[in-house]
Design a protein around this ligand. Structure first.
Ligand SMILES: [Zn+2]
Ligand SMILES: [Zn+2]
Length: 391
């Protein structure tokens, strides 16, 4: 029997697990009930579990008893501050919180895979380190687990992770070489002018007007400074100045996000933002201060691993006729699995999981977000087959 069919055999467990976790979404670093559930499941399967790694993180090791490589599998655990708006029977029981990114599905994939390995211990060699990570949505969980000794349990050779991907249908899997998800930085620009009465603008240096000029000029960073073959994002999403209609503020603050796929582009963007903001502010007699803080680095897939993964997926075509293996797709969305593959070679697979709610597929983080639960079975099989090949 193929691994996919074996994964399909336990799909009732996978779905039940996902739905239970869907009901108890918890925010970053608050995944207490979630971790408790994961720990109980792993213990029932006979795993020794290390809990409280990097906050609420959970780690468990599968040892085949045979020599081979050691693989780390990362599954994220956090939900989002979103009010669910679906009519599911298993809708979130927590007011204002929802698994609106599919991390409930990722944990179900992880636990099902752990179960499948326990039931089929002779299928692989080496070891598999299961990592259930907190706080992916705020980009802090992987760093916290690493700082708390994630790499000290056992020497790890490779790392794998999956993300269920709502914008693509069941059967689609993206596994490109190189960056699959973008790096991101938070951007804050403070423009300091001279406040005063709104009816006397000539006596002020209006920082809001200057900030608006800066926003317009920042559009040139991607369209005029970055090569058309590269992709990047510079978005200003927040602005604050005076809170009165008749007062021109002393200072205007704008904030936003930057996304990139390589360091050269990142440096170029940062330089351009700095010189545009400072130059425009100076030309009006104001001052601009630019603060850029790294949020996440890109997730880089290692070619050796993505190659094996794509080959194994092709073999799964016998069971999945909808299969489309995409080796070019990448996205500006970020993932903090990046900090794991920054340390050891690895790869992230995006697994098509589009599921309509009220006649439409809704994006990640939307109150009507949902996943096609079949995609979890595909994810389990893809990971299992890749582990088999790599260990
Ligand atoms: Zn998310
Ligand atoms: Zn996510």
């Amino acid at each position: 029997m193929t691994i996919f069919l074996k994964a399909q055999e336990i799909s009732q467990y996978t779905i039940k697990t996902r739905r239970r976790l869907h009901q108890i979404p918890e925010l970053a670093f608050q995944e207490f009930e979630t971790a408790k559930f994961v720990i109980e499941q792993l213990k029932q399967m006979g795993f020794e579990v290390k809990e409280g790694v990097g906050g609420t993180g959970v780690v468990a090791l599968f040892d085949s008893g045979r020599p081979g490589k050691t693989l780390m599998l990362r599954f994220d655990m956090d939900g989002l501050p979103v009010q669910e708006d679906t009519a599911h029977t298993f809708t979130s029981l927590c007011d204002g919180r929802m698994h609106a990114c599919g991390h409930d599905g990722h944990m179900a994939v992880g636990l099902s895979l752990a179960r499948l390995l326990r039931e089929n211990p002779d299928e692989i060699n080496g070891k598999v380190l299961f990592v259930f990570q907190p706080a992916e949505e705020i980009g802090q969980g992987a760093k916290a687990m690493i700082a708390d000794g994630l790499f000290d349990f056992v020497p790890v050779d490779y790392a794998l992770a999956v993300h269920l991907w709502a914008e693509k249908p069941f059967g689609w899997v993206a596994i490109p070489d190189g960056p699959v998800m973008g790096g991101s930085s938070d951007l804050v620009i403070d423009v300091t002018g001279k406040g005063g009465h709104a009816a006397k603008p000539d006596l002020t240096i209006d920082p809001l007007y200057i900030a608006s000029q800066i926003i317009v000029a920042l559009q040139s960073v991607v369209s005029r400074s970055i090569s058309p073959s590269q992709s990047a994002v510079v978005s200003i999403t927040q602005m604050e100045a005076s809170d009165r209609r008749n007062i021109i503020a002393n200072k205007a603050r704008m904030a936003g996000t930057i996304r990139w796929f390589d360091n050269q582009t990142r440096e170029l963007i940062e330089e351009r933002i700095e010189s545009i903001a400072k130059g425009i502010a100076a030309s009006f007699g104001a001052e601009a201060e630019v603060l850029i803080r790294e949020s996440t680095i890109p997730v880089n897939n290692q070619t050796y691993i993505s190659n094996i993964c794509r080959k194994k997926l092709e073999d799964m075509r016998v069971d999945i006729e909808e299969l489309v293996v995409d080796s070019h797709y990448r996205t500006n969305l970020s993932e903090d699995f990046a900090y794991i593959v920054d340390r050891i070679p690895g790869a992230m697979l995006l697994i098509g999981a589009g599921q309509k709610v009220d006649g439409k597929i809704h994006p990640h983080h939307h109150p009507k977000f949902d996943i096609d639960e079949k995609a979890m079975t595909l994810a389990i099989a893809a990971l299992f087959e890749t582990i088999k090949a790599l260990t």
